[in-house]
Design a protein around this ligand. Structure first.
Ligand code: A2P
Length: 331
């Protein structure tokens, strides 16, 4: 049995971490819930009991075996070393250590062997990178990918609990005939689509989210496949969608690809051309599996080695909390 701490327990991902620990029957002896001073007085339900939220300090980790962090990169940089010093293994959902060469960046279905080299901190990848790689890895294994072009349709949850609340409030406001008031996002999120809110590099025209998808995918796959992402925020609540174009090494064999997806853990094929039923954020929400479909040969491909697909995954689960708990289960 393990003493588990969740840093950022009141956040969108932190709340899911509590649920995932419970659902997966993680062997928790004690659960310590940590957040900022703002959350003092709050409590959250775990295994039918109310657990009070405590203020995160450098002394919060005495006796903790596993610390799941999801409170942003600044908080991780400040407090993860204290957790490691106290003897805890940290699984961090922020970008703080993802590209640190000494820190494993892991999707358990893809590169679990990287966990062996951890020195106390393990990084949980960016949500879009996880959903993309879960969808394409079964294909990569049977027909290596030579190039990826991906466009994302990212939900409000990726920007945290306040962003989800902003979507709810703005949607109600717009339907009541009132003007939406942006606060977390620069632009209205309700009934809108805009370029991802991560910082834009004026030189290249790529934003921070797109660079994460490229760099983190390379680190996880241990290769440097060319990847061209376009990351977009849409007004869905908690599941991301991605439209993916792949150039493969050999001609596309759709039957073999369907079988590979069906036989891979953590992904589900939803590819029904007759009923026009393909992956949808609403059907991915609350689900562990990344849903993959709209598999087709690229009609414009000259040599038959290019294909397209569409996938959806719950950003808060496989894109964050579930992947982190799966990592904790292995270590
Ligand atoms: P709090 O609710 O007390 O602000 P989200 O990603 O949904 O916005 O959630 C962020 C999580 O990180 C929340 O639980 C938030 O706690 C927590 N958090 C943010 N900054 C700090 C901090 N400086 N110290 C501790 N927890 C923090």
């Amino acid at each position: 049995m393990k003493h588990v701490a969740i840093v950022g327990a009141t956040g969108a991902v932190g709340q899911e971490m509590i649920r995932v620990l419970e659902q997966r029957k993680f062997p928790v002896s004690t659960l310590t819930l940590l957040a900022s001073k703002r959350s003092l007085g709050k409590s959250m339900t775990f295994q039918g009991k109310q657990v009070p939220v405590q203020e995160l300090t450098h002394d919060s980790f005495a006796g903790v075996n596993v610390a799941l962090f999801s409170a942003g990169a600044t908080t991780t940089k400040q407090f993860a070393p204290s957790a490691v010093k106290a003897g805890a293994i940290v699984v961090d959902n922020s970008s703080a250590f993802r590209m640190d060469p000494g820190t494993p960046l892991v999707i358990p279905e893809i590169n679990p062997e990287d966990l062996k080299s951890h020195k106390g901190i393990i990084a949980n990848p960016n949500c879009c990178a996880i959903i993309l790689l879960m969808a394409v890895y079964p294909i990569h294994k049977i027909n290596p990918i030579k190039r990826i072009i991906v466009s994302t349709y990212q939900s409000a949850s990726g920007a945290g609990a306040k962003a989800m609340e902003e979507l709810r409030l703005q949607a109600a406001d717009v339907l009541a005939g009132k003007a939406p008031v942006p606060s977390v996002f620069q632009f209205p999120i309700a009934f809108n689509v805009f370029s991802h809110n991560a910082a834009m590099d004026p030189e290249t025209g790529y934003n921070g989210e797109e660079l994460k998808v490229i760099e983190e995918s390379h680190k996880i796959l241990h290769n440097d496949i060319p990847i061209s992402p376009t990351c977009i925020r849409v007004s869905t609540m908690r599941a991301h969608a991605e439209s993916v174009h792949l150039e493969l090494t050999n001609p596309v064999d759709l039957d073999a690809i369907r079988r590979a997806i069906e036989n891979s853990p953590g992904v589900r094929l939803q590819d029904d051309r007759k009923t026009n039923h393909f992956p949808m954020p609403l059907e991915a929400s609350g689900q562990d599996d990344v849903i993959v479909g709209r598999l087709r040969r690229d009609i414009a491909s000259k040599d038959g080695r290019e294909m397209d697909l569409f996938c959806c995954g719950d950003q808060l689960l496989k894109g964050a909390a579930l992947n982190a708990v799966q990592i904790a289960e292995i270590v």
